[in-house]
Design a protein around this ligand. Structure first.
Ligand code: FEO
Length: 172
């Protein structure tokens, strides 16, 4: 069964949303770096890579199902935030939005009786549970730490240990 035009368009929109997520997190990573929080920045850069992976998984699925990918312009993300807490609250809020988008896609797949797409999307449904939890966990830790420099320093060190899916040329 080939993708319907409506489903194809919705999946294309989701590719754009995942690319935007990657842009947003790269922008957050840059701001964290300029705040001298290299570990937080590393975590966010790794998150940006994951978003790219989310987009590519959709990209491959659309092509596999006989559809085409039409790439749209990616919105420019915010560039500065007040503090790390505002950044991670922003990331958490963004993940809630992405979950809503994924749920809408599932609703459409069910409505169209497109079982293959529904089955494919379940990976994202599961992934969103983790995505929300990991951003929220950092929000909660930052709230607990407050303005204590030592706590921020320790958390920054911990977050610097997150391993990227692949290395950037500048990391080598
Ligand atoms: Fe692609 Fe963070 O959801």
């Amino acid at each position: 069964m080939v993708l319907s035009k409506k489903m194809e368009k919705a999946l294309n929109d989701q590719i754009n949303a995942e690319m935007y997520s990657s842009y947003l997190y790269l922008s957050m990573a840059s701001d964290l770096n300029s705040k001298a929080l290299d570990g937080f920045s590393n975590w966010m850069k790794t998150q940006a890579q994951e978003e790219l992976y989310h987009a590519m998984k959709l990209y491959d699925f659309v092509l596999e199902r006989g559809g085409s990918v039409t790439l749209d312009a990616i919105e420019a993300p915010q560039t500065e935030w007040e503090n790390p807490l505002a950044i991670f609250q922003g990331a958490y809020k963004h993940e809630l939005l992405v979950t809503r988008l994924i749920n809408n896609l599932v609703d459409l797949a069910i409505k169209e009786k497109d079982h293959a797409t529904n089955n494919f999307l379940q990976w994202y449904v599961k992934e969103q549970v983790e995505e929300e939890a990991s951003a929220d966990e950092i929000v909660q830790k930052l709230k607990l730490i407050g303005n204590q420099g030592n706590g921020i320093f320790m958390l920054d060190k911990e977050m610097g240990a997150r391993i990227p899916l692949f290395t950037f040329p500048t990391d080598e």
